[in-house]
Design a binder for this molecule. Sequence first.
Ligand SMILES: Cc1cn([C@H]2C[C@H](O)[C@@H](COP(=O)(O)OP(=O)(O)O[C@H]3O[C@@H](C)C(=O)[C@@H](O)[C@H]3O)O2)c(=O)[nH]c1=O
Length: 183
Amino acid sequence: MEIRSTPIKDVYELYPKVFKDARGFFLETYREDLLEKHGINTRWVQDNQSFSVAGTVRGLHFQHAPHAQAKLVRVISGKVYDVCVDLRKDSPTFGQHHGLILDGEQHNMLYVPAGFAHGFSVLEDAVFTYKCGSFYHKASEGGVIWNDAQLNIDWQVEEALVSEKDQELPSLEEFVKQTGGGL
Ligand SMILES: Cc1cn([C@H]2C[C@H](O)[C@@H](COP(=O)(O)OP(=O)(O)O[C@H]3O[C@@H](C)C(=O)[C@@H](O)[C@H]3O)O2)c(=O)[nH]c1=O
């Protein structure tokens, strides 16, 4: 597995080695020792899975401290454009995002630290799965609107299918006011 740093500190892309043969393929989907080499010592406590039709956008989500979640995200089948947004107060890259294609061919992953909002758009019907470093805590859920003008994320979908809950998320500007500058 190759772990690559990104323009945003503490965010990593992971590319597992995929062994293909006549039966199909094999890959390691999680290696604690390799993540530890990058200072990632997250104790993963919850795994989630969702399925989304093409055109869906889920996000941008986070949980407030003390229930903030690191996430290790990947696609089992299909293709998404996955995005994390740096919302760490005082981070030099606050408000910047990192996006990449995750798909069921490369089986690549993104490590999203706590302090980031996360979301994805679905380019081909996708089964999405992720590990979480903290349990789901409904009262701590927060987010930023997916199509925020300041964030200016190119989601690569024409007509986005977005949940009612996600349509009501605040803008980045409102989020900054509410939180006094970030997470
Ligand atoms: C996230 C989550 C949701 N749920 C429930 C709440 C709700 O009734 C139903 C669907 O929840 P949502 O609409 O929030 O699901 P979804 O929009 O897929 O939420 C997820 O989006 C991506 C982008 C993330 O980064 C995740 O952390 C998570 O926030 O599932 C749980 O029971 N446990 C969980 O951990």
